[in-house]
Design a protein around this ligand. Structure first.
Ligand code: SF4
Length: 190
């Protein structure tokens, strides 16, 4: 069958398109996301900054954070992050980040380095002292002039943070109630 010039060109174009669609893909670019994070461990977590709760992927190599980005599978942010969330890598890896306990004693003009054990013992001691000083077992209700059991301390308040997940918030609130703390808040509401 004789082909016209137009039929020949149309047939060639279709053949080229078919080859392009069904052909072997080219080599992946080094800019492709799967190449950029190849060999890295990927861990999901939640942005600690605000109550939106965007999902993150943290990439680590030999236990060190090498990249943080939005989690495309997360239903809240679908991989997007605001400017604060986008700067999280600098929070994790930053030579200016304070990583030791620095303590300034009352009246002192300088900070001194302390161990975490020292800090935790001191926090526990101060909380116990404060609770013991301010604990009320009962309180007078002025409306009916009766004494009611309250088992409460007004001497301290506890703050949770957006970095806490549901279960941690539950434990935090239970801890506060067990201590008799009624003033329990969350940083995202401030
Ligand atoms: S990325 Fe931005 S909007 Fe999302 S949780 Fe973090 S601070 Fe909030």
């Amino acid at each position: 069958m004789a082909l016209s010039r137009r039929q020949f060109l149309r047939g060639g174009a279709l053949a080229a398109a078919g080859a392009a669609l069904g052909g072997k893909p080219g080599e992946a670019s080094v800019d492709a996301p799967e190449m950029r994070i190849k060999g890295l461990k990927s861990t999901t977590t939640i942005c600690p900054y605000c109550a939106v709760g965007c999902g993150l992927l943290v990439h680590t190599q030999d236990g060190k954070v090498v990249n943080i980005e939005g989690d495309p599978q997360h239903p809240i942010n679908l991989g997007a992050l605001c400017s604060k969330g986008s700067s999280l890598f600098q929070v994790a890896v930053n030579e200016r980040r304070l990583q030791k306990v620095m303590y300034r004693a009352p009246g002192s003009d300088r900070f001194e380095e302390k161990s975490w054990d020292w800090a935790l013992d001191r926090i526990a001691l101060r909380m116990k002292e404060t609770r013991d000083k301010s604990f009320k077992a009962t309180e007078l209700n002025k409306k009916d002039n009766k004494e009611y059991v309250v088992n409460r301390t007004d001497g301290m308040a506890l703050f949770g943070g957006a970095g806490l997940d549901n279960e941690e918030c539950y434990l935090w609130s239970k801890f506060a109630r067990a201590m008799g703390v009624g003033q329990l808040e969350h940083q995202a509401r401030l």
